[in-house]
Design a protein around this ligand. Structure first.
Ligand code: SAM
Length: 267
């Protein structure tokens, strides 16, 4: 493939905006009702536990690639201080603002390509967070990890809960007894997906293509350390957290499915 990374990013932004109303039809009413309940949280138990362990109450928190905002709004409901969600999809951010309004939750949402978060936010946060389904959208890991490195205050923590890169050796929906390998772990080719991003309903909405970037675990860690972040926690986990590989997540011979990681900005 010969496209420049900026073309991939523009294509992905259009693809996310395109699927936003498709997701909204399936989720928004339920989420509006949920956020009207004081203290509602959609976070995974492992996320809540780890956030509480590192301290979240009163801390200023940013979520990168926050989608419809349900996770950063949940973080705010855990007692966080100033909360800001960043994403390049204007249409998902509209949903996020509607959820915040429904719950009367004080949280800002900023439309931006993630490597271009405005400099006003530098050193403004104690915690920066990403959850499942972010790193694979990033063509340039050094540029990506530079963002938490500048948004965090010294001593602040970058919290990651993500798919394990080993998962991308498998094909979603394949038989899993035993699991069959499809792709090399070392495959670094850009993946063009034409099936669309309706991972809730699996509908065919005539999606435009989106582009995905497989990364090795060592690339992630090297890129993070290269931005001056220190690794303070890393756990590979058996839990399948996206629904994409739910059968594989129950297989006896399963690969690592997800991981949690904490990276500290040097004090
Ligand atoms: C799968 S969602 C992950 C977020 C969250 N964990 C969730 O499940 O909703 C990926 C989000 O990343 C955003 N995104 C992808 N690439 C981006 C980029 N280069 N800059 C800003 N946002 C980006 C998309 O708009 C989308 O909302």
């Amino acid at each position: 493939m010969t496209k420049e990374p900026k073309d991939y990013v523009a294509a992905n932004r259009a693809a996310w905006d395109e699927v936003a109303p498709v997701h909204a039809r399936q989720n928004q009413e339920r989420l509006l009702a949920a956020f009207r309940r004081p203290g509602y949280s959609c976070l995974e138990p492992v996320e809540t536990e780890l956030l509480r362990e590192i301290g979240i109450e009163g801390r200023d928190v940013a979520q990168l690639c926050c989608n419809n905002g349900r996770e950063i709004l949940s973080v705010k409901n855990l007692g966080a201080g100033r909360c800001v969600g960043f994403d390049f999809s204007a249409r998902f951010l509209e949903q996020a603002r509607a959820l915040a309004a429904a719950g009367g939750i004080d949280c800002d949402f900023v439309e931006t390509e993630i490597t271009r978060v405005p400099r006003d936010y530098d050193a403004a946060f104690d915690r920066v967070l990403i959850t499942i389904g972010v790193l694979g959208w990033m063509p340039d890991l050094a540029a990506f990890f530079a963002v938490p490195a500048r948004l965090l205050r010294p001593g602040g923590l970058f919290f990651i809960h993500e798919h394990h890169p080993a998962l991308y050796m498998f094909e979603p929906g394949d038989p899993v007894d035993p699991p069959r390998l499809h792709y090399s772990y070392f495959n670094q080719e850009v993946y063009e997906d034409k099936d669309g991003l309706d991972y809730y309903g699996g509908s065919d909405y005539g999606a435009r293509p989106n582009y995905w970037f497989p990364h090795k675990l060592s690339d992630l860690i090297t890129a993070a350390l290269g931005q001056g972040l220190e690794l303070t926690h890393f756990e590979e986990r058996p839990d399948e957290i996206s629904g994409l590989f739910s059968e594989l997540g129950k297989a006896a011979l399963r690969p690592p499915m997800s991981f949690t990681m904490l990276l500290r900005k040097k004090a």
